[in-house]
Ligand binder design. Sequence first.
Ligand code: ADP
Length: 159
Amino acid sequence: MHRVVCPGSFDPVTNGHLDIIRRAARLHDEVIVVVGANLVKHGMFSLEERLTMLAEVTRDLPNVRVDKFTGLLVEFCRGQGVSAIVKGLRAVSDFEYEMEMAQMNYRLAEVETLFMSANPLYSFLRSSLVKEIARYGGDVTSLVPAVVHERLRGKLTAS
Ligand code: ADP
């Protein structure tokens, strides 16, 4: 069983994340999408909301499951028998940080990192930008799954 993780903050999950998750699910036996709980406090959505949205948008992918981790990702990987971390690379600006993380994670626990190039349709997409556009009334329907769009609207009209 070749098991990988797609880690992130997913605040909220975007079509760019989903593209990487879907492509990873075609290449690996099992994909665990993991939300890092360490920094959740500072986001728009709670940990539970992020997990629920991820579960909803990956429901049609039988070899994908959703989980959370606290502390070091490599400890989660060790505990779950995960052999590799899958990350999406959008641009050169992602590279330096991701390379550093990959090398550190290998050094810590010999967990490999596999990079997938972002789909050019989504390479400009990040959660923080989606929230900013939505906050100022911009149309984000093509950037996030429908269930996420609904919840985003709910958050913004409530605030
Ligand atoms: P962000 O807030 O930037 O969307 P996350 O921490 O939730 O970031 O991202 C988790 C992972 O998903 C990272 O490996 C990141 O490179 C990848 N990712 C995020 N957005 C995209 C995208 N639009 N296309 C491909 N990969 C992406």
